[in-house]
Write a protein that binds this ligand. Structure first.
Ligand code: PRP
Ligand code: MG
Length: 208
């Protein structure tokens, strides 16, 4: 039997994602918090788990290096990968927002400077609202950009709202709700159909 490879995003939601796999009877040998290993096999060897940076999960799945991926909707949208998004795992719930100085009126700025780790999501949002923008790609701490005049606003993820609050920024527009999703490689979905379907079925009932 072919192994099924799952690419799982390292970071905040990793532990909850693994707990979900445990809930459907999939356990991994040697998997513990401090491990630096990146590849693990399930106890029955049927599933191989690879830990990759969240932003790279859609790439592994699109290219077929992984059959399945567990990753946030933020990275799925930004990657624009050609994969099937099959299931909302309801983990890591947060949202994308436009944030900036609370007194800023977006409509009054002709060409809005938008800093983001997610320039594609930012572009798509402002295409919908009809606002002309210029994107500035950053890799983190984006809340700094409006504070020091690098950008007018940011498009970023808000979870508790603490980062915005502590930096004197407010939500100006809501963009989209985010959570962890299960994605599937298109070819694998055809060639490993039975096993992937039964995996999806178990996950679905665990989530109910
Ligand atoms: C994320 C996100 C926000 C913050 C939201 O940043 O980009 O800055 O968390 O969480 P909160 O609403 O609960 O404050 P992260 O900590 O991942 O750091 P980075 O943006 O520098 O990568
Ligand atoms: Mg941040």
């Amino acid at each position: 039997m072919d192994t099924i490879t799952i690419a799982l995003a390292k970071g905040r939601t990793a532990e909850d994602s693994i707990t979900l796999l445990n809930d459907i009877g999939i356990y991994f040998n040697d998997l513990h918090e401090k491990s630096r290993k990146l590849v693990f096999y399930s106890t029955d060897k049927a599933i191989r788990l690879i830990f990759v940076k969240a932003v790279d999960v859609p790439t592994y799945v699109e290219k077929g290096s992984a059959d399945l991926g567990v990753v946030g909707k933020d990275n799925i949208l930004e990657a624009q990968a050609d994969v099937y998004e099959m299931l909302d795992l309801k983990l890591g719930k947060c949202k994308f927002v436009v944030a900036g100085d609370p007194d800023l009126e977006l409509g009054t700025i002709q060409r809005l400077k938008v800093a983001s780790k997610y320039p594609i999501i930012a572009k798509n949002h402002f295409l919908k609202t009809g606002q002309s923008i210029e994107t500035i790609k950053l890799n983190g701490s984006v809340e700094l950009a409006p504070l020091i005049g690098l950008a007018d606003v940011i498009v970023d993820i808000v979870e508790t709202g603490n980062t915005l609050k502590e930096n004197g920024l407010s939500v100006l527009e809501e963009v989209e709700n985010i959570s962890t999703r299960l994605i599937v490689n298109k070819a694998s979905f055809a060639t490993k159909s039975d096993r992937i379907q039964s995996f999806l079925k178990k996950l679905k009932s665990a989530l109910e």
